[in-house]
Design a binder for this molecule. Structure first.
Ligand code: ADP
Ligand code: MG
Length: 619
């Protein structure tokens, strides 16, 4: 078209498209799920705007919030239309080609190292999956603020945009037309599409229709010859029906049944909200599938855990929280600048936002889920809603439920200490759950530690979830409760040591005597552990003692006092000799066994490990 404006795809986007086009990935079905998910997002957006401005919806069909799929077998076109928010010309340029999202290059990298294309939606580039099945794509779109435009591309490095003067006006929304490749002909079969929608889009909250062709039985008057013989006579085959009161009914003419093809919109999904159903009625498989569609995480793994509950009282809401099977690629990126939780907020079933600030504290942002509240007002702006006083209560309850869910995950794990006295039968039932908490800990342990640092209210609850290795853990993970249960008689403090690795710590002279005397010492080897231990002062009335710091007490040693006396001259001399080296004091102690002396950190000073961490950060 002569009026079309041409644009180059942004370089990363172009690379991504090349990868998709040349992909040998066999599961090409995913494009449909991505398109339906985009249509649903667009519908959510217009519905949200309509809460404060009814006008935006328009009239008649334009106001219908639905998704329509149509096939053109002859032209080999599959089109998907929504009456969502639509895209302005500028939106089309930016969203579909010129602005790479942060996920674009991350996804390209993933794909180059053999990643799974199925995860495309999580990286925010799902749209481009259309090129798995199409070699030419048109996007017709109408936004309330602009005219109707067509975006088109053959994925050859560029796309074109033209004002639409030839298609039927959409009213509002977007129609995506896929000109299918020969190998993708199967997507012109209605049954195939029905199956796919059922499989992938079960939890879409808008009706999805397919323009489907049916053979139907139609009653038509029987052939001429039979009835025209004697027009006035009553055909013998016509039955005389009598009603109960004996009234004579009109006589039916003779008819016959023939097959005819008709087309009509067929509804493919039943729009149901899983979270509104009773937890008793929802199967594990349904929860799992709902998680996949919610999180756009279509890997093979099930979520590690979920919690589905209704909160009652002043603030009423329903919520469904999930622990994902894996941490997302960017979980701790820009951790401190990002308040956005991964929960979708609904008010009375209307989607409000999936980027709501502060629904959960930062450290729980690894959770996915939805919150649907009846208490929050519907007809206010997002900003107003963000300020609403109920949110504090919702947040508090969500935290409590989330921590409960994680605690249960640990308790149900037969590898965990708390299940030691289960019967054999119970144990075999739990075989499947073996090691699940270790798996959780590997993926999200750091979040629990950040929680201990940030959330003073729930510090003790979070400390219960803490796991670590120790001088006695034998390669397994240990909890504080387990540590306490095997403390030696007379031991008052919980001993720990910090460093860069277990191997390095095992050789530490600070452990010599403790190990000899059979005390257990916790290894903290994550840089965040140093910060953690500045916040975690005690647990169940036991203080934490860093064994490389001043204050280590290993029970009474009667000889120590005498030794201190007799070596006083030496320690005094030593202190003087080190006068310029920032040494607080030189002491005789019973903490060593083979090593003659060690440098110990003062009680409130930075441990040697912390010094190292700080140095690494400033260099
Ligand atoms: P994501 O959906 O994760 O943002 P996509 O690659 O699927 O990433 O889509 C890119 C963007 O294109 C969307 O964020 C949206 O702005 C726009 N878009 C895609 N499909 C539609 C649609 N049907 N209606 C309106 N906007 C759309
Ligand atoms: Mg998308």
């Amino acid at each position: 078209r002569s009026s079309a404006e041409k644009f180059e795809f942004q370089a990363e986007v172009s690379r991504l498209m090349d990868i998709i086009i040349n992909s040998l990935y066999s599961n090409k079905d995913i494009f449909l799920r991505e398109l339906i998910s985009n249509a649903s997002d667009a519908l959510d957006k217009i519905r949200f705007l309509s809460l404060t401005d009814k006008e935006v919806l328009g009239e008649g069909d334009t106001a219908k919030l639905e998704i329509q799929i149509k096939l053109d077998k002859e032209k080999k076109i599959l089109s998907i239309r929504d009456r969502g928010i639509g895209m302005t010309k500028e939106d089309l340029i930016k969203n579909l080609g010129t602005i790479a999202k942060s996920g674009t290059s991350a996804f390209v990298e993933k794909m180059q190292s053999g990643g799974d294309l199925n995860l495309i939606g999580q990286f925010g580039v799902g749209f481009y999956s259309v090129y798995l099945v199409a070699d030419y794509v048109e996007v017709v779109s109408k936004h309330n603020d602009d005219k109707q435009y067509v975006w088109e591309s053959k994925a050859d490095g560029s796309f074109a945009i033209s004002e639409d003067t030839w298609n039927e006006p959409l009213g509002r929304g977007t129609e995506i037309r896929l000109h299918l490749r020969d190998e993708a002909k199967e997507y012109l079969e209605e049954d195939k599409l029905k199956d796919l929608v059922k499989k992938y889009s079960e939890f879409i909250n808008f009706p999805i229709y397919l323009w489907s062709t049916k053979e139907v039985d139609v009653e038509v008057p029987a052939d001429e010859e039979e009835t025209s013989e004697d027009e006035d006579s009553t055909p013998e085959t016509t039955e005389e029906e009598e009603t109960e009161d004996g009234e004579e009914k009109e006589k039916k003419p003779k008819t016959k049944t023939i097959k005819e093809t008709t087309s009509e919109w067929e509804l493919l999904n039943d729009v149901k909200a899983v979270w509104l159903r009773s937890p008793k009625e929802v199967t594990d498989e349904e929860y799992s599938k709902f998680y996949h569609s919610l999180a756009k995480d279509f890997g093979d793994d099930k979520p590690m855990a979920w919690s589905h509950f209704t909160a009652e009282g002043d603030v009423e809401f329903k919520a469904l929280l999930f622990v994902p099977p894996k941490a997302p690629h960017d979980l701790y990126e820009s951790y401190y600048n990002n308040n956005k939780s991964n929960l979708k907020l609904y008010v009375r079933r209307v989607f409000i936002s999936d980027e709501f600030d502060d629904l959960l504290p930062k450290y729980l942002n690894f959770l996915k889920g939805i919150v649907d509240s009846d208490t929050l007002p519907l007809n206010v702006s997002r900003e107003m809603l963000q300020q609403h006083s109920s949110l504090k209560t919702i947040k508090k309850k969500l935290i409590r439920k989330a921590l409960d869910m994680i605690r249960k995950l640990a308790e149900e794990d037969p590898d965990e200490y708390s299940n030691k006295d289960k019967t054999d039968e119970e144990k075999s039932e739990m075989e499947e759950k073996k090691g699940q908490y270790a798996k959780f800990w590997n993926e999200f342990g750091k979040s629990i530690k950040l929680g201990i640092i940030e959330d003073a209210t729930n510090r003790n609850r979070l400390a219960k979830l803490l796991r670590f290795e120790s001088t006695k853990s034998d390669g397994k993970l240990v909890s504080l409760d387990e540590y306490i249960s095997r403390m030696k008689a007379g031991q008052k403090d919980i001993f720990y040591i910090t460093g860069t690795s277990k191997e390095q710590l095992e050789k530490s002279p600070f452990l010599e005597r403790l190990t000899k005397k059979n005390y257990e010492v916790i290894y903290f080897t994550d840089p965040v552990d140093e910060y953690l231990m500045q916040y975690l002062m005690d647990y169940e009335d036991k203080k934490f003692q860093n064994v490389s710091k001043e204050g280590l007490k290993l029970g009474k040693d009667s000889k120590l006092k005498d030794l201190k006396e007799s070596f006083k001259e030496l320690t005094d001399w030593w202190k003087k000799a080190l006068e310029n080296e920032n040494v607080d004091s030189v002491k005789i102690s019973n903490r060593l066994h083979n090593t003659p002396c060690v440098v110990v950190t003062s009680k409130y000073g930075w441990s040697a490990n912390m010094e190292k961490i700080m140095q690494a950060q400033t260099l």
